[in-house]
Design a protein around this ligand. Structure first.
Ligand SMILES: NC(=O)c1ccc[n+]([C@@H]2O[C@H](COP(=O)([O-])OP(=O)(O)OC[C@H]3O[C@@H](n4cnc5c(N)ncnc54)[C@H](O)[C@@H]3O)[C@@H](O)[C@H]2O)c1
Length: 352
């Protein structure tokens, strides 16, 4: 068992422990209920006290899930000193933590991330929420977990595509705050893809250290936390233009990172050698770096981008390792990056 991490986000303390979740070992704690989904419930049969099982997937991030969790807590007379345990990917963790922030004005929350994306990113930092009126994460609270259990072994049943979706967030985090993440992912690609627990936990630990440091400094996203959106402006536009069906979130983020780098190089902000190294890393993991889609199709997605101010899109652009710029870019800049790529993708459909 490797040493844990501790963070304090706006007065809330979060402990990350690198061990499997074991409810029986959490003795002395008041009652808990466990929120799982259809895919994670079988992995925790008998190990999840007072389970409630949500449907799997993003569509479960809604009011009706929150209401069922709250009713489930009430049915067991869970008190304010009770704990809601979320066992699953980002969907379960965001929803369970949101419910915990509401139940009796806030009970304890423990998260057990079971996807790589949730381990490296979603479980930490206090953003909870659900989708509403067709908008992702429109309703939510800031409510960090008390404790997070990380155990790489649980990832063995995760699909290769979901695993790669999380890998893109790890690459993003490496660019933002820890080059060693990129070095390990490059040098130990085989072990990482084989889900070697030691390599996976090393990557997760490093990602959480970077994210935790940034969120500690800026829990409410008034400044530095914005850097965590690297690749996401492009990704959100692509995901909404393709109705969240053709690209996983991580695949869209990998493409978005490539587009941010390309834009940065063109604007003279990004070191071309660094951009080349990151592109190479994305390519060896098999991400599509070009999408056969035109700017005009993505434009509505950019309009909606939360980071857009005064009619322009704010883009996080890597300059080099651990050095980022946030720039307002014009529609022309976005169109150049996207349409140039689309022409390359159309000429060579398998372009990676
Ligand atoms: N709170 C945050 O800071 C934050 C950050 C990033 C993303 N998110 C949110 O996270 C969500 C995406 O999370 P996700 O990618 O984990 O998706 P997810 O929770 O939908 O999980 C993906 C799929 O994998 C299944 N699954 C989970 N663990 C498994 C396992 N061990 N074995 C087999 N199958 C398993 C799930 O049932 C689901 O079908 C989005 O809603 C996003 O908004 C939140």
């Amino acid at each position: 068992v490797s040493e844990g991490l501790t963070f304090v986000f706006g007065g809330f303390r979060t402990e990350v422990v690198f061990e499997p979740f074991d409810a029986a070992a959490m003795t002395g704690l008041p009652p808990m209920v466990t929120v799982l989904d259809e895919n994670t419930a079988p992995l925790f049969a008998d190990k999840a006290p007072r389970p409630i099982v949500l449907p799997a997937g993003e569509s479960a991030k809604n009011w009706s899930s929150v209401e069922s969790i709250l009713a489930h807590c009430a049915s067991f007379d869970l008190g304010r000193d009770g704990t809601i345990v979320g066992v699953g990917g980002g969907v379960v963790c965001d929803t369970a933590a949101f419910a915990a922030s509401l139940y009796m004005r806030g009970c304890s929350v423990v998260l057990v991330p079971t996807t790589l994306l949730c381990m490296v990113d979603a479980c930490l930092g206090g953003k909870t929420g659900i989708d509403f009126l067709g908008f992702k994460n429109l309703v939510g609270t800031f409510y960090p977990a008390n404790r997070i259990f990380i155990s790489a072994g649980i990832l063995s049943s995760l699909s290769a595509r979901e695993y790669l979706s999380g890998t893109a967030e790890a690459i993003k985090t490496g660019i933002i705050g820890d080059e060693e993440i990129l070095t390990i992912l490059s040098a130990r690609r085989g072990d990482f893809l084989a889900r070697d627990p030691a390599v996976v936990e090393e990557i997760v630990r490093r990602c959480l250290a970077v994210k935790g440091r940034i969120v500690e400094a800026d829990p409410r996203e008034a400044g530095e936390r914005e850097l965590l959106n690297l690749g996401h402006t492009f990704a959100h536009a692509l995901e909404s233009a393709t109705a969240f069906r053709l690209w996983t979130h991580g695949e869209a983020v990998a493409w978005g990172i490539a587009k941010s780098l390309e834009t940065g190089v063109r604007l003279g902000l990004t070191d071309p050698a660094f951009a080349g190294q990151v592109r190479e890393l994305l390519a060896i993991y098999g991400y599509r770096l070009e999408a056969a889609i035109r700017y005009e199709n993505l434009a509505p997605g950019f309009q909606k981008d939360k980071k857009r101010r005064s009619g322009r899109v704010r883009l996080v652009i890597p300059r080099g390792p651990r050095s980022l710029a946030v720039r307002e870019v014009s529609e022309g800049d976005l169109a150049t990056a996207i349409d140039g790529g689309a022409r390359r993708a159309e000429k060579e459909p398998m372009h990676r």
